[in-house]
Design a protein around this ligand. Structure first.
Ligand code: FAD
Length: 471
């Protein structure tokens, strides 16, 4: 092996990177990232901001090891082929992606390149288990999480993590790289300030966050993970999505922590991520279509402006609005609140889950086709192991239960911050004097609820009744 291309995709790290380990055996290794503006499910706005900073971090990390990232812009296959020709490589290595379009593209590329006589190998670096490895007793895919995860946990395997390489082969200067700015990943308006203030991007930051979380929070994870006002979860999702961190690294690092309920529950969330990939692999339509076919005929309502109110955090339900504003500002939303806002969109507003998934796709830094589709279909009641449709979250009682002291709502919805806890999650029930004292004029300083939850719940149940018996 003389010259190898290492094709970076969703594995923007140097440690535990099997494709890198293979490619660096070559005399010359050319690390490449291709930005294809025409790709299917192209990164949304928030993800692009993350990607920009992540590529910057990867570039610097490669440089520190003596290598160099070659960035190119253009249609993937054409650009990769041109690079192969230009660099005269005899092998190409990459870590696998699992979105249906990526699988189709990579399968075709692999066979074409192999037919040209190149050595092409792909590796698993994104999951603990390949989606096709875990099977039901009947040999099929799982649709329910618990037996899926039980099966995963029963698999015997030892994890050996490749350490970060000390040095890497230099890349010849004649291979030009496009400047990162050529990818135009950053917005022209500065709406990304909240994202860049909130997050540290890149492999090193991911490792630090993992270590901090395991040292300080994992033990109480099971008790605190549902409270959006505190940092009770790991905030690792964007790092995992972009492969700045691998689930194997998470798993391995967690083994050094003493056993606890918090650790068990945390690792089972990594299991949900595995399950999401398993479901998307076996049911590739679920990124766009309801898995439960009855929902194809669901009487969703036309949008009369409710979508915008939801997106902007102006529904009049403080917990929903807090979540949507946290999302807009930081590119992330707490999982409990994701469930609340998703239930609100699909069941209170009766808008199709795909509308919510699209908005999340554009605004989440961790937007991930597998987890987003599973999350939305779970909330809508149409997916694998979904919450039943008749389980409709009450945005008031959810707020009162999980944000009892109102710290989360007060942080994100300052208009209602001066209300006493009793009315914080239901401002429309506050007596006129209380509203006055809190400086609130409903419809002016803060919206009236855009739907009446009690009525909306009845409408949703009736809508569900109409498809319930359909085959
Ligand atoms: P932690 O609680 O610390 O969990 C650790 C890791 O486990 C996460 O980083 C994530 O990789 C994984 N994980 C946790 N919960 C889930 C879950 N329910 N499904 C799949 N993986 C999970 N997660 C995404 O990564 N990308 C998405 O686009 C996404 N969209 C969602 C949409 C909806 C409507 C819902 C209800 C959930 C969605 N989730 C998504 C799952 C979950 O909300 C996030 O993974 C979690 O909030 C990330 O925060 P964290 O890293 O602190 O999680």
């Amino acid at each position: 092996m003389q010259r190898a291309i290492l094709w970076f995709r969703q594995d923007l790290r140097l440690a535990d990177n099997p494709a890198l380990d293979q490619a660096r055996q070559a005399e010359h290794m050319i690390p490449v990232f291709i930005w294809d503006p025409e790709q299917v499910w192209i990164a949304g706005g928030a993800q692009r901001v993350w990607l920009h900073h992540s590529l910057q971090a990867l570039s610097a990390a490669l440089k520190a090891k003596g290598s160099r990232l070659i960035i190119r812009v253009g249609p993937t296959a054409e650009t990769l082929n041109a690079l192969i020709e230009e660099c005269q490589v005899d092998s190409v290595f990459w870590n696998r992606c699992y979105e249906p379009a990526s699988i189709a593209r990579d399968t075709q590329l692999k066979s074409e390149l192999q037919a040209q006589g190149l050595t092409v190998k792909s590796f698993n670096s994104h999951l603990l288990f390949e989606p096709w490895e875990i099977k039901t007793q009947g040999g099929g895919p799982y649709k329910v999480f618990t037996p899926f995860w039980k099966n995963c946990l029963s698999q015997e395997r030892s994890i050996t993590l490749a350490p970060e390489p000390r040095e890497l082969p230099a890349v010849a200067t004649q291979y030009a790289s496009a400047p990162l700015e050529a990818l135009e990943l950053l917005p022209t308006l500065d709406w990304d300030i909240g994202i860049t203030d909130f997050w540290q991007v890149g492999e090193q930051a991911a490792q630090e966050k993992l270590q901090d979380f395991l040292a300080q929070q994992v033990k109480a994870y099971h008790e605190k993970r549902d409270l959006p006002a505190i940092q009770g979860t790991s905030l690792l999702s964007p790092h995992l999505h972009f492969g700045e961190l691998s689930p194997r690294q998470v798993w391995q690092a967690a083994q050094d922590c003493p056993p606890s309920e918090g650790k068990r529950v945390f690792l089972s969330e990594i299991g949900w991520r595995e399950f999401a990939y398993h479901v998307l692999f076996h049911f590739p339509d679920t990124a766009e279509k309801s898995m439960d076919a009855r929902f194809e005929k669901f009487p969703w309502k036309p949008d009369n402006g409710e979508l915008k109110a939801w997106q902007k955090g102006m529904t009049g339900y403080p917990i929903v609005d807090a979540g949507m504003r946290q999302l807009w500002k930081t590119g992330w939303m707490h999982n409990r609140v994701r469930m609340i806002v998703a239930s609100f969109l699909t069941k209170d507003l009766l808008l199709p889950w795909q509308m919510g998934a699209d908005w999340f796709w554009d605004t989440l830094v961790d937007a991930d086709l597998a987890s987003n589709s599973l999350g939305w279909q779970w909330a809508a009641g149409s997916g694998a192991d979904a919450a039943p449709f008749f389980r409709i979250f009450n945005p008031v009682s959810q707020g009162e239960k999980f944000d009892k002291e109102g710290r989360y709502v007060r942080q994100w919805v300052p208009e209602v911050a001066a209300l006493p806890n009793k009315y914080l999650h239901r401002p429309w029930e506050a007596p006129p004097l209380t509203l006055l004292e809190a400086g609130i004029t409903l419809s002016e300083t803060y919206p009236e609820p855009i739907v009446n939850h009690k009525q909306a719940r009845e409408d949703a149940l009736a809508a569900f009744e109409s498809i319930k018996t359909r085959k």
